[in-house]
Design a binder for this molecule. Structure first.
Ligand SMILES: [Zn+2]
Ligand SMILES: [Zn+2]
Length: 145
């Protein structure tokens, strides 16, 4: 029998650490497993179905955004595909600033757009007739003099 390179203590410690890590991962995965058991495997937002290997694209969203809040009836869970889940969080991240941005846009819009639309209406009609009229009046002015 060969002497082990690492003393049994260290081996045991790393084994314990492995078990701890697995335990943490399992606890983190726990609500997902439970959610998948009680909820239909359908994205609550886009309605796509997920099964087999694609099931991993279906993620658990916490309605109150508190990952510690995992009631057994699943009331805080929503199954969302990874795309809709991203979108859901993007929406909520922007929500705080969105009202201010909309108000600013609405007050800016008339002052920015009305001068340009007024110019658009004026330019094509006035520009050609002005040069036409000045060319003719120039000639008639010279011939008259
Ligand atoms: Zn989706
Ligand atoms: Zn979420």
């Amino acid at each position: 029998m060969k002497a082990p390179r690492t003393p049994p203590d260290a081996a045991q410690r790393s084994k314990l650490q492995d078990e701890l890590r697995r335990d943490v991962a399992a606890r983190r995965q726990g609500y997902r497993e439970r959610a998948l058991k009680i909820l239909p495997h359908v994205c609550a937002s886009c309605g796509r179905e997920f099964d087999g290997r694609r099931l991993k694209e279906l993620t658990v969203h916490h309605r109150d955004h508190n990952h510690e809040n995992n009631p057994p009836d699943g009331g805080n869970w929503e199954l969302l595909c990874i795309y809709c889940h991203d979108h859901e969080h993007e929406k909520n991240r922007l929500a705080g600033h969105y009202e201010g941005a909309v108000a600013a846009k609405e007050t800016l819009a008339p002052s920015i757009f009305s001068p340009f639309s007024a110019l658009d209406a004026l330019l094509p009609t006035t520009a050609p007739s002005e040069t036409d009229a000045s060319g003719k009046s120039d000639k008639s002015d010279r011939s008259a003099r």
